[in-house]
Design a protein around this ligand. Sequence first.
Ligand code: ATP
Ligand code: MG
Length: 372
Amino acid sequence: MTTPAVTTPAVTAAATTAPATTPAASVEAHGTEARGTELERRIAQDPGGFRVLTGDRPTGPLHLGHYFGSLLNRVRLQNLGVEVVVLIPDYQVITDRDTAERLGEYTDGLLLDYLALGIDPARSTVFCHSAVPALNQLMLPFLSLVSVAELNRNPTVKDEIAHSRQSTVSGLMLTYPVHQAADILSCKGNVVPVGRDQAPHLELTRTIARRFNERYGAVFQEPDIMLSAAPLLLGTDGTKMSKSRANSVPLGATADETARLIRGATTDAERHITYDPDARPNVSSLVLLAALCLDRDPHEVAAEIGDGGAAALKRTVTDAVNSHLAPFRARRAEYAKDLTFVRSVLRAGNERANALAEATLDEVREAMGAFR
Ligand code: ATP
Ligand code: MG
């Protein structure tokens, strides 16, 4: 098929501006912002010295939290010249559920989203867990480097257990952050654009890299997290927008579905609209969403709506989201006409990921003095 153009207003509006200068950057804590700015400076100086590893579980359609939390940064980094590796962690689907139903359908959906967003298969890699056996070998020495107490106190895992559909907690639920360390370190990923829920996992990856190096010799770099201006977008029920929580606005939704979902979003009793993420998290998350889509300052967006109340806020958000995503949605529909091409992207990515992980595993075996 002919490849639709990858540079579009939907991506470039937010993607060509460094996070430190986006209107909503002020929502980030200063410490994170400063570290982020330093990382941006280093990337701009030497994009070839960085490799991104990040991904999304094939548990449902991607949503606005993914888009503003991680996806835009992936495309922006790719376009800066950073090698981007995107993982579809299919084995991670069964951390918190008993079946892997609709895995193929959701994987196709993620591939369509990536391509429509501008992930370019000529420069970037998309792969899935089940196609890269070396990952699981890396996990074994890594598991020996963390304590059960460390695994037990991971706040994101605790939250996921609380929202899980299972009555018991599986070993995979407790250890998937170690698998994630294997994902990142298997390809020597050193920059990880993710949402805030991933911060404890990234810390664990850094710990594993450090402990491995101390014990066996320097093999790994400690990767940096990259948070966006929207590191924790809330869903329509006021908790983290998540594929599994029936509270998300999918990127691929129609304009009407988007309007219906946003109309149902939780707000609060105060009519006057302000941007105050600490005191008014639900209203502020909606304001931020509109501001990001419009590439404007959230305080200004809130002030303009003012006494219009929640109904006017939701109309503003709906219009902003629908017009921002319209080009993306059109490209996605084009790609959906040729799933053979779409799936070939994953096959090629699996090959590349296997080569990267095998090379890292060789280094690990050598550092450990393994007999082969
Ligand atoms: P699930 O409910 O299946 O866990 P999810 O919506 O939490 O799905 P993940 O696949 O777990 O999505 O996460 C993929 C990436 O998107 C991660 O980097 C994660 O931090 C980021 N992300 C997910 N939800 C949000 C959100 N609401 N705001 C910002 N980033 C998010
Ligand atoms: Mg999740």
